[in-house]
Design a protein around this ligand. Structure first.
Ligand SMILES: C[S@@+](CC[C@H](N)C(=O)[O-])C[C@H]1O[C@@H](n2cnc3c(N)ncnc32)[C@H](O)[C@@H]1O
Length: 433
């Protein structure tokens, strides 16, 4: 609840949760996972929880304490999403309770946990679908409206349901050796895993245990935690029928290095990955991960020299609408204006990179957005202004089972068809001469 209060006061969920877990001494693994789950769930289901509170006659005034708001949401989350009764919820929230200051009496919380709650009336009229989906999956109305203009109802409902769920963990099997070898090694250690067939190296744990993190395979760095869509973006950096072994790749928005590690595996020990990012803090996380994985082929020159590289990955800053399952607080911070601003930044970044690369070089433009204005529109706008570049279809030469997320020339990894977050990638090549 402290984390949710920090989020209500404006802190990003990820940072607030990291602080809370750092300060929570004496908590075991299971308790830490519960804290993280609860913090994400309260942000994730905000709209539905607040609607339930109103139906139960609780309408906080404009000046209600954020502490009270967090207590109400937590109580209703435990009731509606965990199926708990007051006997369990009461001791968690009753005075003296975990949260101060507060103005709520225990009786109010008990009422929220116990009073009968009816299904809300189904909305009617032209906006019914949007309203129903926005409520059911706790999305802001404007964003649901926009998504409904892009995706047919069936696709949209599946996408929103996936983005409204606690995300499952996916891993990438790393060289040397194949995914099958990694699966076999994990099975021998008694870790239940299965291949995720829509990406060549993806796998997931098939029971609810967390033993994989203690496995020798994990400790030997044969695994990286990585979304399936992110793995496909790295794969999109491979030109059709070619190999990147020994070549030079730049990762100009490397962030904390998630895709940098995949690129390092693609170029191998004889290749080079030049990683950069505007954020020094994220780059220092990337440096740490690269060091942990012992990847000497990755360096962090500043600025990243792009003139001689073969491939540049521009994993652009974006709305993160494909990552809302992992960062649910973001859906309440986004706005249509912010999306327009992201689009301008993405176009500028792409143009900046394009001005520097050699003929024959490829640029892979990627986002974790599910909105075409940050994806197709940026690429189409770029091609109009840069006739010296051509679109090279992503997915050409990929095995049929890896093509699930391929949509025309683009990679459009959308859950639930591709498990995990939603991602986009396009590959552009600078024409020779
Ligand atoms: C989507 S995140 C990158 C995630 C990362 N590639 C990964 O796989 O973990 C986008 C990154 O772009 C960085 N960024 C934003 N504006 C930038 C700019 N003008 N130049 C370089 N990096 C920028 C942000 O700091 C952020 O780390």
């Amino acid at each position: 609840m402290e984390t949710h209060i920090a989020v209500l006061k404006g802190e990003p969920l990820k940072a607030a949760l990291a602080t809370a877990l750092r300060e929570a001494e004496g908590l075991g693994g299971q308790e830490r996972r519960f804290v993280a789950l609860a913090a994400r769930e309260l942000s994730r289901h905000t709209r539905l929880l607040d609607l339930a509170a109103r139906q139960l006659g609780h309408s906080p005034g404009k000046h209600a304490l954020t502490e009270d708001q967090a207590l109400v949401r937590y109580t209703l989350w435990r009731r509606l999403f965990c199926g708990e009764g007051w006997a369990r919820i009461g001791p968690e929230v009753k005075l003296p309770g975990p949260v101060r200051p507060r103005t709520l009496h225990d009786a109010v919380l008990e009422g929220l946990a116990t009073k009968p709650l009816e299904e809300p009336a189904a909305p009617e009229g032209p906006e019914a679908v949007v309203e129903r989906l926005a409520t059911r999956y706790s999305f802001p109305g404007w964003l649901t409206q926009r998504l409904a203009q892009v995706y047919p109802e069936g696709t949209l409902a599946g996408l929103m349901a996936s983005l409204d769920e606690e995300p499952s963990l996916h891993f990438r099997a790393r060289p040397p050796g194949t995914r099958d070898a990694v699966l076999a090694a994990l099975a021998e250690e008694g870790v239940a895993v299965e291949a995720v067939t829509c990406a060549p190296d993806a796998l997931r744990v098939s029971d609810s245990s967390h033993r994989i993190f203690e496995s020798k395979t994990m400790k030997a760095r044969r695994l990286q935690v990585q979304d399936v869509g992110s793995q496909l973006i790295v794969l999109a950096c491979l030109p059709p029928g070619a190999s990147l072994t020994g070549l030079t790749v730049a990762d100009v928005c490397a962030g904390a290095g998630g895709k940098t590690l995949g690129l390092a595996d693609l170029v191998g020990a004889k290749g080079k990955v030049l990683a950069g990012d505007r954020s020094k803090r994220r780059l220092s996380d990337a440096r740490e991960r690269v060091r942990e994985f012992g990847l000497k082929q990755v360096t962090f020159p500043h600025p990243v020299p792009l003139e001689a590289v073969d491939v540049v990955l521009v994993d652009a800053p974006c709305s993160g609408t494909g990552s809302l399952a992992r960062e649910p607080d973001q859906k309440w911070k986004l706005s249509a204006k912010a999306i327009t601003e992201f689009q301008a930044t993405q176009s500028a970044l792409l143009a900046e990179v394009a001005a520097k690369v050699k003929p024959g070089a490829r640029i892979v433009y990627a986002t974790c957005s599910v909105l075409p204005e940050e994806n197709d529109a940026v690429v189409e706008g770029f091609l109009k202004k840069h006739p010296d570049f051509a679109l090279e279809p992503v997915g050409e030469g990929w095995a049929p089972e890896h093509q699930v997320g391929v949509d025309g020339p683009y990679l459009r990894a959308l859950p639930p068809r591709i498990p995990g977050g939603g991602f986009f990638a396009a590959r552009l090549v600078r024409k020779a001469g």
